[in-house]
Design a protein around this ligand. Structure first.
Ligand code: ADP
Ligand code: MG
Length: 237
């Protein structure tokens, strides 16, 4: 059964007298442990769709179901609680706290949502930092890390609560191409290790090729869905 279903979803934004149709009749299904990309040029609706899936906003029309819940029916508080337990987020601009170390940045979501002791948290934080290859840098602050290292920390932070789904809106847009490919492959390796569903967006044609399923948006419509076979050797690089 699909983990996430969007059914004929539309989203309009009203600013003053201007009405923008950001999404129009989008239907899509995402399976558990999928590695999926939404692609399309700037303004095609990628961020809007990820925000709807991540319960940060509600559709104007249509239905979004996440793990059997009709998420458009949740009130703000219910949406916030569900979001915190079900999703991890990775952002284009990394969004790490500059005054916290890599370790503390990764620990932060655990401090916020879970009632655990420091030593219980430590076990989980060190495990994900090791998984993303950042254990040795754990005491460094973001300004002491490269862009790729920052995004590795952000991947660890998104995973530390063991979310079912990680949403990553243009996670490689601030990285050079080689680093971008490395970070996307790291995300895929994390999917393999933790069975986490990864949904990311990009407008970079070479980055989208790293996804197993590519959904293309254009002017707010889903115009193509393509399944790719990512070779094991490619995935291990
Ligand atoms: P993408 O992420 O693919 O660049 P977006 O989802 O950000 O696309 O935007 C889709 C369309 O919706 C664009 O025309 C954009 O200008 C518009 N839009 C996005 N967010 C808002 C908003 N908060 N208010 C008004 N218009 C918006
Ligand atoms: Mg966007």
């Amino acid at each position: 059964m699909a983990l996430i279903t969007a059914e004929d979803v539309s989203k309009n934004y009203h600013t003053g007298e201007i009405n923008t149709q950001a999404l129009s009749g989008v239907s899509v299904e995402i399976e558990p442990a999928a590695f999926v990309s939404f692609v399309g040029p700037s303004g095609s609706g990628k961020t809007t769709l990820l925000n709807l899936i991540g319960c940060l906003d509600k559709p104007t029309q249509g239905k979004i179901s996440v793990d059997g819940r009709s998420v458009q029916d949740l009130n703000r508080k219910q949406a916030a609680v569900f979001r915190g337990s079900f999703f991890g987020f990775i952002f284009q601009a990394f969004n790490l706290f500059p005054v916290l170390s890599a370790y503390e940045n990764v620990e932060y979501p655990l401090v916020m949502v879970k009632n655990e002791t420091a030593s219980e948290r430590s076990e989980q934080v060190l495990k994900v930092l090791e998984a993303v290859g950042m254990l040795e840098q754990k005491d460094k602050r973001p300004d002491q890390l490269s862009g790729g290292q920052k995004q590795r920390v952000a991947v660890a932070r998104a995973l530390v609560t063991r979310p079912k789904v990680v949403l990553a809106d243009e996670p490689t847009a601030n990285l050079d191409h080689k680093t971008a490919v490395t970070v996307i492959r790291l995300m895929r390796a994390m999917r393999d290790e933790f069975d986490t569903t990864f949904i990311f967006s990009t407008h970079d044609p070479t980055i989208m090729q790293e996804a197993e399923i590519i959904h293309t948006l254009k002017d707010g419509k889903l115009i193509n869905s393509e399944k790719r076979l990512v070779r094991a050797t490619e995935a291990q690089k």
